[in-house]
Each structure stands twice: as C-alpha cells, then as structure tokens.
Write a protein that binds this ligand. Structure first.
Ligand SMILES: O=P(O)(O)O[C@@H]1C[C@H](O)[C@@H](CO)O1
Ligand code: HPA
Length: 293
C-alpha cells in the first residue's frame, strides 16, 4: 500500500531545494516559522528580508488557499536568523501528505533547529473564547488513525528513525517560555493551553463530530500543523505550536452559528499583533536547541 508514498520527495530532492535556497541568500536560519490562516503578517516583521514566491522554488508546492500568500521569507527577528512560510499546505488541497510536509525537511537541511507553527482553529473547550491563543501541548491525529501519516512509506535514516516518539512532540521548555512571556506582556486573560485535533477538511465539522472530539479530549480542531509537527520531530527539530481560536466550534443544535473562513481570517487580523509580539519576544529569549531528538 505505501512503498511509493514517501518516494514523493527523496533526501536528494529535499537537499537540492535546500542547496538552491542557500545559494540565493546569505541568511542561515536557526528558527523556522509556519504562518496559519490569516497569520501571514508574522513574516512581514522579519528584517533584511529575502523572499521567494513558492512557484520559483524547485520542488515546492503552491498555496491555493485565501489567507496563505505563498512566499518563503528569510530574514532576522531580534537578531536571530529565521525562515518563515507565509502560507502552508493542507491535505484538502489535494496534495499527498509527504508534499505538505516537505518544507519541514527543507528547514532541517537549511540548518533550522527550532520550528514554530501557528494555525487557526475552532474552539471545542467551553472555557475558550474567540481570540484566545492556545499553546499546543499535544495533538490528536485523526488522518493518522486512518493510516495517513507523513512518515508512512520507506524510511530514510538520514532524516530520522523508523518509529519516532511523539509523547514529547511539543517542547515543554518552550511552552513554559510562552506562558512566562505571555504573562509579562499582559496576555494572561487570553493565553490558554490545550490539545489540538487535526481533521482532513475542507468541510467544517458537524455538531456530532465536535461533541465527539471534545469528549475525546480535544480543546481545538483544525486542518493542519500535526503532519508538519510529526515530520519536524522525526528529523530532530524542536517544536512549538500555537492555535488562534478563530471561531467557536458549534456544539449545540439550537445554535445559529456557522463556521466560515471569513470569520477565521477576520479573527486572525484582530489578534495578529499580539500573536506576533508573543512569538518575537520568545524568539529573542530562546536558547539554541542542542539536543536533536
Ligand atoms: O492553515 P490553518 O490550519 O491555520 O488553516 C485553517 C484550516 C483551514 O485551512 C482554514 C479554515 O478556515 O483555516
Ligand atoms: O472550526 C474549525 N474547524 C476546522 N478548522 C478550522 N480552522 C479554523 N477554524 C476551524
């Protein structure tokens, strides 16, 4: 069933893309950032930018979703060299899961040791409000339960081991740093932590599905991030991830609410400034990652 799956991009393909990028810029990033829906403004904050449209990067997929610009931006943030994906790829765009996660392997080959991912998500936890920022402490991988895991297929040991551990996927020190920085910045009222559940999308969830996911222990539901986290951890990068609660998942048959992408992008705009501030302050304070997984 899977033998060709991971052949989608070989180690050599990933290396060719990374080497191409390294010939185009002097920036040698240690931090890689992925911007979620409506959160691409993060990339604009990088200083001394060198930016590439995805269509100009060998082997790179194209962004097809409104709110995902499709640019890879290199630059510095508080003096630290970074690379930022202004737009990510999703299963529902029709890409194979290995293609969605290809940028993580390119990050690794560029020298990135820490990946920061953001996403827009629906809130399942009844204590969450629209505009809350949730530090991801864990995930539920629904496509993975059905066998759609980005590491399925032949394993290339140059990236990582056949059976990587995921109980330590989300770096605990970075979670604590985010909490500390959030408190200092006065974000305590809307900074939460929780479990993110990924689904395939693009349809939003039914009421019964939201109720089920909540019962299973999910605090937020979305359509991304987890595949990238798995590949980033497989190749030994440290991971930190944030969900912006852009809408309340509909859990009640009396509700008139309807999830929609416009609301997702609108909430992104309203909270973007604080989310950016949180990430920049964290990047300024982060220690380098010395212990590859
Ligand atoms: O890329 P993310 O996970 O932030 O995007 C979410 C999931 C869908 O792509 C979209 C739904 O509005 O936002
Ligand atoms: O409610 C949601 N469900 C799934 N994905 C999402 N992305 C933003 N909001 C949602």
């Amino acid at each position: 069933m899977f033998p060709q799956g991971n052949q989608c991009y070989t180690y050599e393909d990933c290396k060719a893309t990374a080497d191409w990028l390294l010939t185009q810029t002097d920036v040698r990033p240690s931090v890689g950032i992925v911007c979620g829906s409506g959160l691409g403004g993060l990339a604009e904050m990088l200083k001394n930018q060198v930016a590439f449209n995805y269509k100009d990067i060998p082997n790179f997929p194209q962004s097809t979703v409104h709110g995902h610009a499709g640019r890879l931006v290199f630059g510095t943030l508080k003096g630290r060299s970074c690379v930022c994906m202004q737009g990510r790829f999703h299963l529902y765009e029709g890409y194979p899961i290995q293609k969605i996660t290809l940028p993580m392997r390119i990050f690794k080959l560029l020298g990135v040791d820490t990946v920061i991912l953001t996403n827009a998500a629906g809130g399942l936890n009844q204590d969450f409000k629209v505009g809350d920022i949730m530090i991801m402490k864990d995930h539920l991988n629904m496509p993975g339960f059905a066998g759609n895991n980005p590491l399925a297929g032949l394993n290339d040991d140059r990236f990582g081991v056949r059976f990587p551990c995921m109980s330590d996927a989300y770096d605990r020190e970075l979670q604590q740093l985010a909490m500390d920085v959030g408190q200092e910045l006065g974000f305590g009222d809307f900074l939460k932590e929780g479990v993110y559940c990924v689904l395939g999308g693009p349809s939003f969830e039914t009421i019964a599905e939201c109720r089920m996911l909540h019962k299973l222990g999910a605090d937020a539901v979305g359509m991304s991030t987890v595949h990238e986290v798995i590949v980033a951890r497989h190749c030994g990068m440290r991971v930190f991830a944030l969900s912006l609660i852009t809408n309340q998942a509909v859990m009640d048959y009396d509700s008139e609410e309807k999830a929609n992408h416009e609301e997702v992008l609108q909430t992104g705009k309203q909270r973007a400034e604080q989310l950016e501030q949180l990430i920049f302050t964290m990047v300024a304070r982060m220690e380098h990652n010395n212990n590859d997984a």
